[in-house]
Design a protein around this ligand. Structure first.
Ligand code: FMN
Length: 431
């Protein structure tokens, strides 16, 4: 069969032709398929850049004109992603700052695509070993043996490289910094609607916070100038630090659980009308897309599976409140989403992070060249990144909510979007 020309694939991807789209392989067979969801969202975003390349870039297209962009806020979000006890030496080199190249002038969005660049300060140490031009092959830094749990082996097989340098360059979570930069702009948009998105850490290794943490406590974590494990309970946070200290000594690594909370989200974002428009599904994909996240939970989704319905579902009442409506709930096990639609309660999404796969005491692997058994490659690495992953997940949740809000309220200028939003809020009040 004749392969589709690239322009055809572009049309299929962005015009919303019914999908799953077959992206035919160069050999003309149909066995290389990539899944693309049906929908053309108003807000779109991409990132580009390698871990040790010159810079990361992010694109955000579809925001209305007239949104104030606070550079200090964006840079503080980037700083937050770089914090946390258990980070490696890389974070001491990088001090991320967002260089906005387009789409923002005189401090406001102008309705055209936003592009942001983040310099990789480490690039100066890699210019010779990872040049854009051909360079000197003798200076190339090979990743000779794939790390179990990282993208090295699967990526080398897929892209047909004899070792894993180019694979880890893009698979690395350095990429998530670019998402945090545009996620910060999405947060600024959501703020105009009164929505805030933050995270906290629930579990590090075997140490867990058992009670639900109220929004005000999560909010006060944001103001901390020193971030340890971003846990609201300081006693438990110290126990978490001890867990990290243990693996620092033994050359091991740790995973954990973070929770992202979106506060003051109106009911009505997302819909059950189609499978790829459900808010829970969109959030799950967005958070799962982060490096090392291996499970996503909405509300108390996991424990709900083991609990009778009478103890799970959030009973409904009606009393005058300051919320979007006067409907109230006894608790929020649903995590703010029912039927794929936000229900007006806080949205709570948890991400479960596997332990970092680069180990100072490496696991068994195989040498790419000789096929002989060897220890997996080691390159300077974090040992625990749960707080940072939480910040990156905030960005993904904010981008997803901004996307759904814009699909619902539309608008080419903030005035138009806010007018539509306020009209809808009035409709909710009048319900
Ligand atoms: C904020 C953050 C920082 C990370 N830092 C490292 C790291 O220093 N070393 C490492 O091996 N993995 C690190 N990871 C995890 C890897 O990027 C991830 O395991 C790898 O890309 C393979 O993808 P997968 O785990 O989703 O399968 C980090 C993840 C996050 C979210």
């Amino acid at each position: 069969m004749t392969p589709n020309p690239p322009e055809y694939r572009y049309v299929m991807q962005f015009r919303g032709v019914d999908q799953i789209e077959a992206q035919r392989s160069r050999s003309g067979t149909e066995n290389s398929r990539s899944i693309r969801y049906n929908q053309k969202f108003m807000l779109r975003y991409f990132t580009a850049g390698e871990s040790h390349g010159e810079a990361l870039t992010a694109f955000l297209s579809g925001l209305p004109a007239g949104l104030k962009v606070d550079q200090a806020f964006v840079d503080r979000e980037l700083w937050r992603r770089q914090q946390g006890y258990g980070r490696g030496g890389r974070m001491k080199i990088e001090r991320d700052t967002a260089h906005i190249l387009s789409g923002v002038h005189h401090g406001i969005t102008i309705g055209s695509p936003i592009s942001v660049q983040l310099e990789n300060r480490d690039w100066k140490n890699w210019q010779e070993s990872l040049p854009v031009g051909e360079g000197d092959p003798a200076k190339h830094k090979r990743v000779a043996s794939p790390r179990p749990g990282h993208a090295d082996l699967a990526g080398a097989l897929k892209y047909n490289f004899p070792e894993a340098r180019y694979i880890l360059e893009r698979a690395s979570a350095r990429e998530s910094a670019a998402r945090v930069a545009i996620g910060a702009i999405a947060k600024l948009f959501l703020r105009e609607l009164g929505i805030e998105v933050l995270s906290h850490v629930i579990t590090t290794g075997s140490v867990t916070v058992r009670e639900e943490v109220p929004w005000q406590e999560i909010r006060s974590l944001y103001d901390r100038e020193e971030v340890l494990l971003n846990c609201a309970n300081q006693e438990i946070e110290q126990q978490m630090k001890e867990e990290v200290d243990k693996v620092l000594k033994t050359g091991d690594s740790l995973g954990g659980v973070f929770e992202v909370v979106a506060h003051h989200v109106p009911p009505g974002l997302g819909t059950f009308a189609q499978w790829d428009e459900r808010l829970d599904a969109l959030l799950a994909a967005a958070v799962m897309s982060l490096q090392a996240v291996k499970a996503v939970e909405i509300g108390s989704g996991v424990s709900a599976a083991f609990t009778p319905g009478s103890l799970v579902h959030d009973e409904i009442g009606y009393q005058a409140t300051s919320g979007f409506t006067s409907f109230s709930r006894t608790h929020n096990n649903a995590g703010g989403i029912e039927g794929g639609i936000s229900n007006g309660e806080e949205i709570r999404v948890r991400g479960y992070l596997k332990p970092i796969s680069t180990l100072r005491r490496p696991l068994q692997s195989v040498d790419f060249a000789s096929r002989e058994p060897v220890k997996a490659a080691y390159e300077r690495s974090d040992v625990c990144v749960v707080p940072a992953a939480g910040v990156a997940a905030e960005a993904m949740v904010a981008l997803t909510l901004a996307r759904c809000a814009l699909d619902k309220f539309g608008g080419d200028s903030m005035g138009e979007t806010l007018r539509n939003f306020q009209g809808y809020c009035q409709q909710l009040k009048d319900f």
